[in-house]
Every structure is written in structure tokens, then in C-alpha cells.
Design a protein around this ligand. Structure first.
Ligand code: GDP
Ligand code: IMO
Ligand code: MG
Length: 423
């Protein structure tokens, strides 16, 4: 939490690691919280004082009323979903328009981007990515094609630009013979969302962040998705379409690499994945069902079952390398309460070859496991490290030793309070 620096909190596996909870917990130590990638494909859960919120585009620092929250240029934003999310917070008594600032360079998700998302998925058949259906891929594609609409366009001849991009999308949909959509109601609400967004500071957030840093303030960059869903470093093509790794913090906020301080890499004490794509540690047996049930592993955005398995050190070490993780944050240790033995994947094997380096394509690789002892003392009520059961303390030490990276924070329950900082 160095003054004048940007610290990042990055999901380093397949998303849903608990980023929302930890960003909310960290916020009192920072001046600014900023999202740098993704959009409403994210679902970040925050629980405190008996209340639960699931944020999609709005940063998880929003509950600390003195803090500025920024949606950075690397993000994509759906005006209608943003409006619904903001209304929910406003109804709960949070003022937003003064302290939630949106980059003019962030790209807009159009209703037709969501239709295209469905159309492209349908065309892929059994090879579909299993996207969240929020139009993420088509919006980032338009950004790369240099035809996208940006938040700044809302302030400048918007109707004409909107009609042109919508017509382009409709032509693609005709070419794909995809007719299963009706935009009337959705478009009306979306245009209301555009009007609603005008109430906010639509600004050049890169200047705002860099000025804050020059004044000695500190910034927390909130990751979305996870490193294995990164467009470059993830399990392509079963990935999202943004840069979710530490490089994305720079490009997605307009800050220089030498402004980065700590890089917190967050992971669960076991593994999950939602959507399609290879997942070597996936358990199809009762243990997988138990992890899903106890861990409540159902998607925050789509409600889909999350696929579950044991901790994967091959994936973890790769993500630590790619991101330059300085500190680890381990979530959901409590979900492993009650197992006699816990397995940890230490290598992958295929066709007689064994590797500890993440392969280019993880399809067909089988996990190699080591057994470690489990514990039977429930962790959820534990608030101090000295009260950890020995086997849990050993599990932490085992992961630190294997990854060469300290675990600074341990979470043992969904509530803000169930968080332990280690010396
Ligand atoms: P995010 O996308 O990384 O913010 O994570 P999600 O909110 O999608 O998923 C994390 C889920 O785990 C949420 O339902 C949280 O309430 C819950 N959670 C977070 N930390 C813990 C923990 O330490 N133990 C348990 N049991 N649940 C947790
Ligand atoms: P948070 O921020 C988990 C997955 C989808 C799909 C793939 C591509 O809550 O951790 P997309 O809609 O982005 O084109 O889908 O990525 N995915 C996530 N999985 N957590 C997320 O976000 C995700 N965002 C996208 O399930 O497999
Ligand atoms: Mg999530």
C-alpha cells in the first residue's frame, strides 16, 4: 500500500476467486479504486453487515463513501446494465455520480453486440466458449477493428454513430442468417442508459489517475476475470477478450509500469472454472459435487454450475510468473474443512511426458497429484492465524514453498470480517 503507487489485485486462475470481497476489504487503505478490464461479464460479490451486493461494472471500492472509483479505458460498459447496477446501489443509499468516474476511452457494449455474442456462440456449436452472453467478445473485436463506440462518443454526435454501428452489426447477423432476436425493448432501455450515463463524470481518467499518483495518493487496480481467461496468456480460445493480467493494468488505466507497487494474486484453496475449455484438475465425482455444494460454486452472473477440482500448482505458478505476483491472497480455505486428505496438482502428464510448465494447450493433459493432510476444525469463525489448525497452517506453508511467494491474506468466509492478514 505504498503512497504514489498503483497496487493491483488480480484473479490469477479462472475468475471468481473473491476479488470483490478483497477489494472492498482493502479500500480503506487506498484513495482511488479502478477497474481496468472487462465489463458486466464480471460478478464481484461483497458481503457486509448482513447485506450482499454483486457488482459487474462498478468497482468494489464503492462502499467506502470517501473514495473515488474509476471505470478505466480498458473496460467495456453496457449502459443499460450499468444503469440497473447503479440504481441498486442508489436505492441502498450510496451516492455515485460525484465519486464514480468513467473513462471516455472505455468502449460501449451495444445491444447488437450481445446478439452477435449469441450468434457467434451458436455458430461454434460444441466448441462454444460458454461466454456470459454480455457481448464482451464482439465489443473488444470492434475495438480492435477500430469501429467501436466509446463513452466519449456519447457527448458528440452520438445518434449517427450508433445507427452506423448498429447497421453494420445487422448486416453481419443477416450474413450469419441469425434472426432470433428482437431489439425493440432492449434498445429503448439501452438508450435510457446512455442518457443516465451523462450524469456521471465522463473524463480522461488516465490524467486523473496520474495526477493522483503525482500527489502521493495510492490507487488499487481491481482485476476482473482471471489470468487463465486473458486473451494472450489464457487457455485460448476458451478465454475472455481483454487483458486481465498485470500488463493490462497499465494499458487499461494509462499508467506506466514503474508506477506499479504490489501485485496481489488472488486464488481459491481449490480450483473452479465456469464456461467451456480444458480444465485438467476437474473432478467429475462426488468430491467435485461436494466442493461445488460447500463452496456455493454457482456463477454470480449466469447462475451456471462452476466446474470444481483440487488446487492446480502448474496454473498457479504460471500465473505468478506472468503477472509478477508479489503477494498471494488465498480464499475459501473454509470450504476444505472436513477432508481427511486434500490433493494438490503439482504437474501435468500426457503421452508419457510430464511437465510443470503450463502447456500451450492444456487439452488432454492429466493432473499429477500429491496428497496433503486435511483438517476437521471449522475455519469460518477463526480470526487469528494462531488459531489455525496445524494442517491448515501446513497447507499454507506448502503452497508458499511450492510457489516461492508469500500468502499475505487468508479468507475463511464470505463476510468482510472473515479475513486474516498474516505478518
Ligand atoms: P470475484 O468475481 O472474484 O469477485 O468472485 P465471486 O464473487 O464471483 O465469487 C466468489 C464467491 O465466494 C462469492 O460468493 C463470495 O461471497 C464467496 N467467498 C469469498 N470469499 C470466501 C471465503 O473465504 N469463504 C467462502 N466460503 N466463500 C467466500
Ligand atoms: P469475474 O470478474 C469467471 C468466462 C466465461 C467464459 C469466458 C468468456 O467475476 O471473476 P465472456 O463473456 O467474457 O466472453 O466469456 O470467460 N468468464 C468468467 N468466468 N469469472 C468471470 O469474471 C468471468 N468473466 C468471463 O464463463 O468461459
Ligand atoms: Mg465473479
Amino acid at each position: 500500500m505504498t503512497k504514489g503507487k498503483v497496487d493491483a489485485l488480480l484473479g490469477i486462475v479462472f475468475g471468481d476467486e473473491g476479488k470483490g470481497k478483497v477489494v472492498d476489504y482493502f479500500t480503506p487503505r487506498y484513495d482511488v479504486v479502478a477497474r481496468f478490464a472487462g465489463g458486466p461479464n464480471a460478478g464481484h460479490t461483497i458481503i457486509f453487515d448482513g447485506k450482499k451486493f454483486v457488482l459487474r461494472s462498478i468497482p468494489s471500492g464503492i462502499f467506502d463513501e470517501g473514495k473515488i472509483n474509476i471505470i478505466g479505458n480498458g473496460c467495456v460498459i453496457a449502459p443499460d446494465l450499468f444503469m440497473a447496477e447503479a440504481h441498486e446501489l442508489e436505492a441502498a443509499g450510496y451516492e455515485l455520480t460525484e465519486r464514480l468516474h468513467i473513462s471516455r476511452r472505455a468502449h460501449l457494449i451495444l445491444p447488437t453486440h450481445r446478439v452477435l455474442d449469441r450468434a457467434y456462440e451458436a455458430a461454434k456449436g460444441k466448441n462454444k466458449v460458454g461466454t456470459t452472453g454480455k457481448g464482451i467478445g464482439p465489443t473488444y473485436s470492434d475495438k480492435a477493428q477500430r469501429v467501436g463506440l466509446r463513452v466519449g462518443d456519447i457527448l458528440n454526435n452520438f445518434e449517427e454513430k450508433y445507427r452506423a454501428l448498429k447497421a453494420r452489426h445487422e448486416q453481419i447477423l443477416r450474413d450469419l442468417h441469425f434472426t432470433d432476436y428482437d431489439l425493440t425493448e432492449e434498445e429503448e432501455n439501452w438508450l435510457k442508459g446512455i442518457e443516465y450515463m451523462r450524469k456521471f463524470h465522463l473524463t480522461d481518467t488516465e490524467f486523473e489517475i496520474n495526477r493522483a499518483l503525482a500527489e502521493g495518493k495510492n490507487v488499487l487496480a481491481e482485476g476482473a476475470q482471471g489470468s487463465l481467461l486473458d486473451i494472450d496468456h489464457g487457455t485460448y480460445p476458451y478465454v475472455s477478450s481483454s487483458s486481465t493480467t498485470s500488463g493490462g493494468v497499465c494499458t487499461g488505466l494509462g499508467i506506466a509500469p514503474n508506477t506499479i507497487g504490489h501485485i496481489f494474486g488472488i486464488f481459491k484453496a481449490y480450483s473452479t472454472r465456469v464456461g467451456g475449455g480444458p480444465f485438467p484438475v476437474e473432478l467429475f465425482d462426488e468430491t467435485g459435487d461436494t466442493l461445488r455444494h460447500i463452496g456455493n460454486e454457482y456463477g454470480a452472473v449466469t447462475g451456471r454450475n462452476r466446474r470444481c477440482g483440487w488446487l492446480d500448482l502448474v496454473a498457479l505458478k504460471y500465473a505468478i510468473m506472468i503477472n509478477g505476483v508479489t503477494d498471494l491472497v488465498m480464499m475459501k480455505g473454509d470450504v476444505l474443512d472436513g477432508f481427511d486428505t486434500i490433493k494438490v496438482c503439482t504437474a501435468y502428464t500426457k503421452d508419457g511426458v510430464t511437465t510443470t510448465d503450463m502447456p500451450y494447450d492444456t487439452a488432454g493433459w492429466e493432473p499429477v497429484y500429491e496428497d496433503v493432510p486435511g483438517w476437521h476444525t471449522p475455519l469460518t469463525a477463526v480470526r487469528e492465524e494462531k488459531d489455525f489448525p496445524k494442517a491448515f497452517a501446513d497447507y499454507i506453508a506448502y503452497i508458499e514453498q511450492a510457489t516461492g511467494t508469500p500468502i499475505r491474506i487468508v479468507s475463511v468466509g464470505p463476510d468482510r470480517e472473515a479475513t486474516i492478514i498474516r505478518a
